[in-house]
Write a protein that binds this ligand. Sequence first.
Ligand code: ADP
Length: 352
Amino acid sequence: MITEDTIRKALAKVNYPGFSRDIVSFGLIKKIVVDGADVRVDMSIATRDPAVPEEIYKNARVALDGVDGVGKIDLQIDVKEPPQPAEQQGGTAEKLGQSRLPGIKKVIAVASGKGGVGKSTVAANLAISLAQSGAAVGLCDCDLYGPSVALMFGSKAQPMADAENNIMAIEAHGIKLMSMGFLLGDDSPAIVRGPIATRYTQQFLRQVAWGELDYLILDLPPGTGDIQLTIVQTVAVDGAVIVTTPQEMALIDARKAMAMFQKVNVPITGIIENMCWFDSPSDGERYHIFGKGGGAAEAEKLGIPLLGQIPIDIDTRERGDRGEPVALASRDDNKISAAFHDIAEKVATAVA
Ligand code: ADP
């Protein structure tokens, strides 16, 4: 017997053209009506490219024809104009789907379930450690709502566009940088929501002229919403680094982030436990402010590498806020810098 579920499963085998994500999880299916053996499917697509609905129609037909005992198939696709990105640059917003960013060897996403766990701090220090090992590194701050790369690299530069209208990355501490924070005014992030935010992000990722890079680090927004999913679907990511603090509250969301990456087939490079403990300078004691070893235990339970543990460190915070991340300090003199350099070596080996 054919049910709505049979049809949905068949359609889930059809990918959005150029993406590894299927049309069902993309939310294209608006209605499925099954009447005996006859099936009606209504879809809605926002695109300016007529080839997209054509291809989806063709592939969905094939998928539905393959359903055992199916009768008459009525497939309707409603094609809408996508929302206009604020800075539309003559069709570039349509250049979606080619996953590899040209000239970039490895893309590493730094993610967290919660905000404030030190994800951007890790991303910045990872980028610097990789660059200090001689690699060409870019860091892309994908956080529309709370970009922090500009602050962490002490840069207020305004990016320029090149002759092809691509955004040129800013350079600081030997890293090529780009941030939504460089491009959007202070008040715009708050009003960018939903599909427009997704659109902005795709355009942003596609339009930065990075040049040749060994590593591009993506500082993802915290959480597992549409924007994160869009990013990992727009760019082929070689590995995801998950940052968490040790307590269960943060781990719950870190698990969700890991599940998201697993769902879209992005390999999880490992977990970094941040703010693990505080070595008090006044009494020499070690305090486990956010609990002890939650991230390490989670990594072991899931069989995911624990890439490192970073304590709460006042100097690390001060350096970050000053625009000089701690990994710039010599790894021989600074334990935290050494820990970040160790992490970078593990990450480089894992994605090699
Ligand atoms: P997220 O990107 O997860 O929101 P941030 O990297 O912006 O987190 O960090 C939030 C704040 O915590 C920043 O002020 C940062 O300097 C500080 N911080 C991050 N990691 C540490 C650490 N290990 N020790 C002390 N402060 C830290």
